[in-house]
Design a protein around this ligand. Sequence first.
Ligand code: GMT
Length: 380
Amino acid sequence: MKIGIVCYPTFGGSGVVATELGKALADNGHQVHFITYSQPARLDFFSENLFYHEVSVSNYPLFDYAPYELALSSKMVDVVRFEKLDILHVHYAIPHASAAFMAKQILATYNIHIPVVTTLHGTDITLVGRDVTFKPVVTFSINQSDGVTAVSEDLKRSTYDHFEITKDIRVIPNFIDLNRFSLKPKDHFKKAIAPQNERIIAHTSNFRKVKRTQDVMYIFQKVLKDVPAKLLMVGDGPERVNCEQIARELGICEHVRFLGKQDAVEEILSVSDLFLIPSASESFGLAALEAMACKVPVISSNIGGLPELNVDGVTGFMDNVADVESMAKHAVYILQDDARLAEFKENALKRAKEFALDRILPLYEDFYNEIIALSKAGLA
Ligand code: GMT
């Protein structure tokens, strides 16, 4: 198949999933064309089946806001026409689904009928998309997509609850490349971080409010009272300064390291004993899956798609959003006992394997084939 993938090329979860999916499809012999405004963060190598088309928006002085969506639609039209794509797969509804609709209409004037698949990732539905500013466009463009997928049952429910959707939504969960995300021998790194063999706790995110990174600091402070530990904060974003300030106020700075954005997250996870993800909203929780694949149990909130991944009392624990007291108690319970920790670690990996790339990739391939067939039959 010749597949066009449109995504945010940043460190955000939707961009990561889109890029990893494109790479895996290319490895499986499909020709994949990425259409984005800059090179996707994880697309940093050469492959004969991978292509990258940059969307550039001219900075005409009249524009206070450069019309990215129009430039994106034009680029999609161009790539579909000249690369003869079979399908367009857009990740994150805003503005990719509406830009794809526009491209589809333009292509129809050339008698080219390209099916469009939209994947809903989370905040495009749970936060941003629900805002009145975008809601009519998001509703329309989801309904106009030939195929729609969501990354969890919860996100699917939420989409039907908050938008008037007439389309079927197929749930295809996030996946993990177990070749990359697996326990790596990093003992020297572990010794450097935790010289007294302290437990290592990790959090990775883009430090937006929705991640409740301040809770990570409060949980960690409580854990420290019972278990010698170090905290690794990976990533960057608006809440990082706030977290640094809280760490100073709580007097825990010597135990906390802010590592900023990191490419080799799997190396950090490989030395970690526990992962914290206390988010206020999380449609799936790819960061938690990455941790579990590296044998790291997870303490998470019990919202969104997290209960579809984290098994309470088995791969970690789940608590109500903001219940830092209970999250800390559960963290201590796992960390205090070597044998218990080892069991949680095994369980985490076992569960992660259920989301292995080779299990999920065929779900996307089958879905593309179905949508292309329906589109050819004039039924999509
Ligand atoms: O939350 C992020 O870090 C970014 C966001 C995005 O859309 O780029 O991630 C969402 O998509 C991920 C991949 O499908 C999911 O694993 C995350 O749970 C989801 N984030 C939220 O729902 C807050």
